[in-house]
Ligand binder design. Structure first.
Ligand SMILES: C[S@@+](CC[C@H](N)C(=O)[O-])C[C@H]1O[C@@H](n2cnc3c(N)ncnc32)[C@H](O)[C@@H]1O
Length: 310
């Protein structure tokens, strides 16, 4: 759900070669606390992004059970090896390990901190030993060890510099009869109700204007992946997973603050002063603040592509 890959290419923290990290070893080394590999958003650390991804899964995560069930339906045989590509905080890795209890899951990410978070979550969920981390920057090279029966790329394919090349690499490194699940958010998550309360100082239509501005900077932008996946050799099906998420007002406010707090520094000068003032009200601590307004509704639908290798 973050912006397009071109912002990631200035990263200087990524490994020249891949490194295996194992949950038995606890926190993975080489974590750059406070570092962002996202120079366009230096306020957002990987730790903050990981927290936001965990909140997203907590609130909007019904797609995880739905899409892993779809993968189980389509898999030619029970997967033994699973690769979660751009695994982030590991919500997909954990869901996959639960859905496929006989499989070993490798979480692949260029961020050591994300992998450390994943391995901590795995240990906290009794899944350690079932999930390993692989630190690699896919913009550089596909790691030779990364073959699998099932691959999963959620909100990550659009972040890569050359998704067409990566789709071809996925095809080449899937075992025969293997399956790739690609997932994207249909749009950025939104929090305000369609109709704001009478007299609200927050401008109507605020979020769609913020999202339009972010989209013009590449946030969450991706092509309809079907044609690209077919060019790579896959047979493709697509499914929409509407959100069945629900959240307490407290959780909704936490996710709202994480997301809007992450985008706010990027919007100065990009949206109108009145929209910036509205954003400030939401992120402030007055009656219109996320915590006190009491009318938040979290939305964030997903689309998934199931790509089969004959
Ligand atoms: C928006 S997060 C999605 C995380 C997770 N799949 C989810 O759905 O919650 C994208 C992840 O892809 C990783 N990523 C982006 N570009 C990458 C690259 N070139 N190589 C490896 N990982 C990358 C980022 O570090 C980040 O953790």
């Amino acid at each position: 759900m973050t912006e397009h890959a071109h912002h990631h290419e200035q990263s200087n923290s990524e490994p020249a070669h891949s490194r295996h990290l194992h949950s038995e070893h606890g926190r993975a080394g080489d974590a750059h606390a406070g570092h962002s590999h996202d120079p366009g958003h230096s306020h957002a650390t990987d730790a903050e992004l990981a927290q936001m991804l965990d909140l997203d899964a907590l609130i909007l995560g019904s797609y995880l059970a739905d899409a892993t069930a779809w993968a189980a339906e389509l898999a030619v045989h029970e997967p033994e090896t699973i690769l979660d590509i751009g695994s982030g905080s590991g919500v997909g890795s954990l869901a996959l390990a639960r859905r496929f209890p006989a499989a070993h899951v490798t979480a692949l990410d260029m961020s050591a901190q994300m992998l450390a978070t994943t391995l901590e979550s795995a240990a906290g969920s009794g899944l350690d030993g079932r999930i390993a981390g692989l630190q690699v920057n896919l913009n550089e090279e596909w790691p030779a060890s990364a073959t699998a029966d099932l691959m999963w790329a959620s909100s990550s394919l659009h972040e890569l510099a050359d998704p067409e090349r990566t789709m071809a690499e996925m095809f080449a490194n899937l075992n025969p009869g293997g399956l790739l699940i690609v997932i994207e958010m249909d749009g950025l998550p939104s929090f305000l109700p369609d109709r704001l309360q009478e007299g609200s100082a927050v401008g109507a239509g605020l979020e769609s204007r913020l999202h339009a501005s972010l989209a013009s900077n590449g946030w969450n932008q991706y092509p309809e992946w079907t044609a690209g996946l077919e060019r790579a050799g896959f047979a493709v099906e697509r499914r929409h997973f509407p959100t069945r998420g629900s959240a307490t007002p407290e959780l909704a406010a936490r996710y709202g603050r994480a997301f809007l707090g992450r985008i706010a520094p990027t919007l100065a000068g990009a949206v109108s002063p009145s929209d910036l003032a509205s954003l400030e009200l939401l992120l402030g601590n007055g009656p219109e603040s996320l915590e006190r307004r009491g009318d938040l509704v979290v939305r964030g639908h997903r689309t998934a592509w199931a790509a089969s290798k004959p």
